[in-house]
Design a protein around this ligand. Sequence first.
Ligand code: CP3
Length: 340
Amino acid sequence: MNPFSEILNGKNPNRPPVWFMRQAGRILPEYQQLRLKYSFKQLMETPQLACDVTLMPVNLLDTDAAILFSDILVIPQALGLDLEFTDKGPVFQTPLLKHSHPENALNPQPEKLEHIYQAIDLIISQKSEDIPLIGFCGGPLTVLLYMLEGLGTKSDFRNAERFIINNQKATEKIVDTVTAITIEYARQQIRHGADCFRLFESNCGNIPYSIYNQIFLPSVKKVCAAVRALNRKFFYFAKGIGAGISTITPDVCDYISIDWQTDIYTARKLLHKEIEIEGNFDPRILLSSENQIETELQKYKPFAEENPKWIFNLGHGVLPDTPFENAKFFVKKAKEIFTR
Ligand code: CP3
């Protein structure tokens, strides 16, 4: 049986499942070919193309799971924000900070998410039954930073961060709206066939952790509860959480996916014993040589032996300039080295 499916069914596989964040786009030559013909938005919004790209990495890299090809910013779109994907990344035409009361500027239109459910239906009918499908959404803080600031220069969300810190009541109101539509989105993805659900909080470290805990973590818990109510496991990618990992309780997630900045053995010691770990190979190492990749993989071998439910992943998305052959080697070697 596929090791990822075994884990989803509560079993201990004979090796950790291997997949990686952003496996569906970026580094696949076939994806680059498609991008010459179609924009990212067209790929995402055409169900058959989204289905094809979702299944590409499973076929080309031999990863143990497929992740839906979409983006976390479809939720702001479904809240009425106008989004464009430019060469420099996502840009909102009228970011929430342009409004004098951002908390009143949202206009939920859940029908804008329909094409994603159609893509899931196609994926389910076309994938091998053995390969689980990961559904996903953005984390409430990450989504809100993009919505407020309007463009994603990734590390620079200063105006949005300032707004959140100075307007906590208004922030709570926006987070409630984002949470409600996200819950419906998660439920629909699962009803259409997603085997588990993942929340990408890629900017967890951008505000003081006490504010994160107070305003955003309750939202994550609500999404988790909705996913569990449909008998699916909930994965929480929390980039930049650092030692905050020690405050995560089992009502937040079944799995926490950690970045490379916290050593995985230390993370295991800090984390609640009922929560499992996914992670956390530094994606930069895939830019080096096969020898170096193998040396770094060997460092995780004791972790594989001690943690039968560990899922092997990168600590963040695979980098766009990663050689495809290195990514392929990485998957093959990881499977070999970590077999128990
Ligand atoms: O893992 C996968 O490949 C599945 C699909 C997926 C995409 N985005 C496709 C995408 C997933 C899971 C995401 C999540 C996402 N999107 C996050 C959270 C994860 C993370 O990496 O931190 C964030 C912050 C976004 C927002 C976003 N979308 C940015 C900042 C960008 C531009 C830069 C980039 O990451 O490439 C995007 C565009 C985007 N989303 C692309 C892809 C394949 C590139 C589009 C292209 O082909 O030009």
